[in-house]
Design a protein around this ligand. Structure first.
Ligand SMILES: *[C@@H]1O[C@H](CO)[C@@H](O)[C@H](O)[C@H]1NC(C)=O
Ligand SMILES: *[C@@H]1O[C@H](CO)[C@@H](O)[C@H](O)[C@H]1NC(C)=O
Length: 177
């Protein structure tokens, strides 16, 4: 009897834990997705929001010039009330060629990167050749760490090749519980 009671209790704890785990997952709704590419680097660039919850991102572009020495700068800003200004949450600069070639899995950057390239034809080494490049259904919800606060988000990403800015991405969204 006692044993049964104990296993019942354990099962209940397990269920509560699972429910909490699901609830704890952060969700994102994107409101605005803009991208601009320098005319000598790309053409027909399309950045769109998809999915019923507006949680997915799609990017398509025609690359006109081979890219090497890719540097990326990412800045994430947050805002807690619509009346406040966006404030920098964190920023990071990284070597794009190293990231696409030798990702160490399990880190936050690699989780984000895997979410981005899951349904894409992203080449795995530099130089990145001319041609159509697409990223479909990018969903970073699974890669979002729990420490990310529920707030409005503004994400800016700048890509440089040989010190020249060639691509600008800006994203406005909201993290919801
Ligand atoms: C990137 O954005 C800035 C302003 O935010 C703009 O002045 C610049 O022309 C943009 N560059 C490209 C390549 O779109
Ligand atoms: C992307 O998501 C949409 C909507 O959820 C779905 O209809 C489509 O099949 C997905 N495409 C890919 C390539 O996963």
């Amino acid at each position: 009897m006692f044993y049964l009671w104990m296993s019942y209790l354990r099962m209940t704890f397990l269920l509560i834990h699972l429910i909490h785990y699901n609830e704890a997952k952060r969700r994102i709704r994107w409101d605005c997705f803009d991208c601009q590419m320098g005319p000598k680097y790309g053409d027909q660039m399309k950045c769109t929001i998809g999915g019923i919850r507006r949680s997915l991102l799609n990017v398509e572009l025609q690359l006109l010039a081979e890219l090497n020495n890719i540097k990326a700068y990412v800045k994430i800003s947050t805002r807690f009330k619509t009346t406040n200004l966006f404030r920098k949450f964190f920023d990071i600069t990284f070597d794009g060629c190293r990231v696409i070639a030798d990702m160490v899995s399990g880190t936050m950057v690699s989780n984000m990167f895997n979410a981005v390239v899951k349904s894409s034809n992203q080449p795995r080494k530099c130089p990145v050749k001319e041609g159509l490049i697409y990223y479909h259904n990018i969903s970073i919800e699974d890669a979002l760490p729990m420490f990310v606060p529920t707030a409005q988000l503004f994400i800016q990403v700048d890509f440089y090749s040989r010190r020249q800015l060639y691509l600008n991405v800006s994203l406005l969204g909201e993290i919801i519980e």
